[in-house]
Every structure is written in structure tokens, then in C-alpha cells.
Write a protein that binds this ligand. Sequence first.
Ligand code: ACO
Ligand code: OAA
Length: 381
Amino acid sequence: MTTEDTVYKGLAGVVADYTAISKVNPETNSLLYRGYPVQQLAAELSFEEVALLLWTGELPTESQLAEFVTFERAHRALDPRVKSAIDLLPTDCHPMDVGRTAVSVLGANDPQSEESDPETELAKSKKLFAAFPAVVAYDQRRRRGQEVVEPREDLDYSQNFLWMTFGEEAAPEVVDAFRVSMVLYAEHSFNASTFTARVVTSTLSDLHSAVTAAIGALKGPLHGGANEAVMHTFEEIGIRKEETREEAAARSKAWMEEALAAKKKVMGFGHRVYKKGDSRVPTMKAALDAMIEHYGRHEIIGLYDGLEQAMDEAKGIKPNLDYPAGPTYHLMGFDTELFTPLFIASRITGWTAHIMEQRAANSLIRPLSAYNGPDERQLKK
Ligand SMILES: CC(=O)SCCNC(=O)CCNC(=O)[C@H](O)C(C)(C)COP(=O)(O)OP(=O)(O)OC[C@H]1O[C@@H](n2cnc3c(N)ncnc32)[C@H](O)[C@@H]1OP(=O)(O)O
Ligand SMILES: O=C([O-])CC(=O)C(=O)O
């Protein structure tokens, strides 16, 4: 057998390279960012601190954090060139297309776009991190016919994100649930979008091209698009505010039984690596529970319970992070199509950390294929 005869469909089980950024361990259901359990990071740290940890490998000192916080707050405003580009896009195009376009425009206008020394790569990553929330906030507001809300330098990343989107200061519980979601979505080893970013970087292309490509990979419902798809499932089942938790659970359980009988794939469940449950779900579920209490929307958790229970009973498949994240963002007031752009805002950290790691020890990513087309043949004269 030649090497070309061994095909690893979907690269399942293939170890493609080393990484020191995160460790996903399906045996122990654990996830470490630079060695730290993600649950601890979500409980204790700001998203800004986690971003620095992912990029640099170490927790920031007080002065490093203060310096980054000042930088981030100074780079939040929506770039007028990005605003003009978004304004050319129809309000009914997918918000992931808006996010992808915005990153592309930011890259084309970044004077450091073609520079790739480690210091510049880090500076570009920080600028992208700071600039992206305004894109999401602007996009949601323009779709609703609302005016732009300018960023506020007295607010932290999560507070300001919610401020720019909704034009009012969010309650501390809401800010905290949002921060937790950002920390949990930040990084997950060689997932499809991160691997895409690494493939692009491996050709020595630039950081913004790699992130733009990663956004394309994240959009699909088998990856990041699942958080949006989860909410569409809830919407299809029907959200009825007057229902009790038990009534909602009974209806969603029946919906799932029917969907599985029809051999449907239900987004928000299953994972390529975790087979016993996603390490991040308990923490995100706690954030969702806090939002259920905050908004008093017990019918939503009923829908959640029913789907989860029916899937477990029928197939033993567990929810992934997108499952609790979807209804959490819904309760906060984000439009459903905006959920995956929120994932971008967070994953910019992981993607750019991987881009820097790939560039530092690069080898062109170019696997082989096993040809199964027609045997050699000749053009008829
Ligand atoms: C943050 C994230 O990106 S997490 C992932 C988000 N994606 C989703 O939620 C999409 C829904 N889930 C899926 O499609 C899959 O579970 C994936 C793509 C995530 C992982 O899939 P893989 O490891 O390739 O497993 P695969 O898709 O082959 O599934 C194995 C079996 O479980 C079933 N299965 C897996 N997930 C689901 C699901 N969500 N609904 C119904 N059945 C499922 C498959 O139909 C298949 O059954 P079969 O063996 O009878 O054909
Ligand atoms: O690891 C994966 O394949 C998908 C995932 O959970 C993520 O990117 O967060």
C-alpha cells in the first residue's frame, strides 16, 4: 500500500502539528488554555486577560494588562472605511458576510498588513480584537434601522460590546454571562476555522487573509454556524412565553424524536473530538441559567431540556458549546443571525495566536490525495 492509499476522511484522528496554545482532552473532558483550565479562566479573568494569555503564553502582569486595556479602548471606534464598505452590503445579507468583509477591509487599510515580524503580528491581532465588536454592533443596529452608538472608554470589553449593540448599559449579570461566552469561545486547538487560518498562514500569506478565510470556515453550521442554527431550532419548535418549563420540554422532546426519526442532524449536538460531552458546556449552561433567572424565561430552559433529553435517550449524543450559547445570546437580545459573528469576536484571539505559532515554525500545509477518477485516457483526434 502506498501512502496515497491511506485516506483519513475529514482528517479525523490525524495529528497535524504541535501546538502550545490549548489542549483538548476528550478523555478527561478538559480544555486548557496555555495550561490553565478554561473553567478557572472563565470564573476569574477578564476576556482581555485571556486574550493576552493566548497570544503571549503567560498571564499578563498588572502593567502589561493596563497597557493593553488602554490600547484596546483607543482602537474600538468603527473605522469609517469599514462603515462605508458595510453600507454597500444589503441589510439582508448574512452577518457573517459582513464580518468577513470587514476584516478584509481592515486588512487592506492596515499599513502593517504585509509585515509579519512577531511584534507586528501581535499588534495587528490586538487591533483586530479591539475593532471587531463595533462591526457586530453596527451591523445589528443598521439592520434594525438604529443609529450607531459610539464606544465608551470607561467600559471594559464586554460592557462596551453590549453598550454599542444595545445603546444602554447592561446589567452586571448579563455582562458576566457575555464575558464567560467570550472566554469559552476563544480557542479550541485545530478546529476547522483555526486549521484554515493555519493553512493560509503556511503559504506565508498575511494575517488578515488568514482570519478572513477562517471566518468563511466558521460560518458553516457544522462549526460556528451551529449557535445560530440552535436558535432556529427553538424558533421552529416555537417559543411561547406563557408556557411552563414542563410544557415547553414536552413539546421540544417530541420535536427532537420526530427529527431523529427523520434522520435529521440537529445542530448544537455532537463533536468531532469530544464524545462524552463538551468540556465547556457546564460553564456555559451555568451562564444560560443565570440569564434564564435574570430575564424570567423558564420556557426557554424547558425547550433546552427537552431537546437535550430526547437526543441523549435516542442517540447518547451530548450538546456542544453552541447549544447553551445560542439561547444565551437570544435572551441578551442579539438577533439570531448575529450569533456566529459573536463567535468571531472571541475566536479572533485563538486564530491569531495560531497564526503567530504557525508562522514561527512554518511548514507549508499541503496533504496528499488518493486519486479515484478515470484511468489515463487520450483525446480523440
Ligand atoms: C463550536 C463548534 O464548532 S462545536 C460543533 C458545532 N456543530 C454542530 O453542532 C453541528 C451538528 N453536529 C455534527 O454535525 C457532528 O456532530 C460534528 C460535525 C460536529 C462532528 O461530527 P463527526 O465527528 O464527523 O461525526 P459524524 O457527523 O460522522 O457523526 C457520527 C454519528 O453521529 C450522528 N450525529 C452526530 N451529530 C449529530 C447531530 N447533531 N444530530 C444527529 N445525529 C448526529 C451522525 O449522524 C452519525 O450517525 P451514523 O453513524 O448513524 O451515521
Ligand atoms: O473543536 C472543534 O472541532 C469545534 C469547536 O468546538 C470549536 O472550534 O470551538
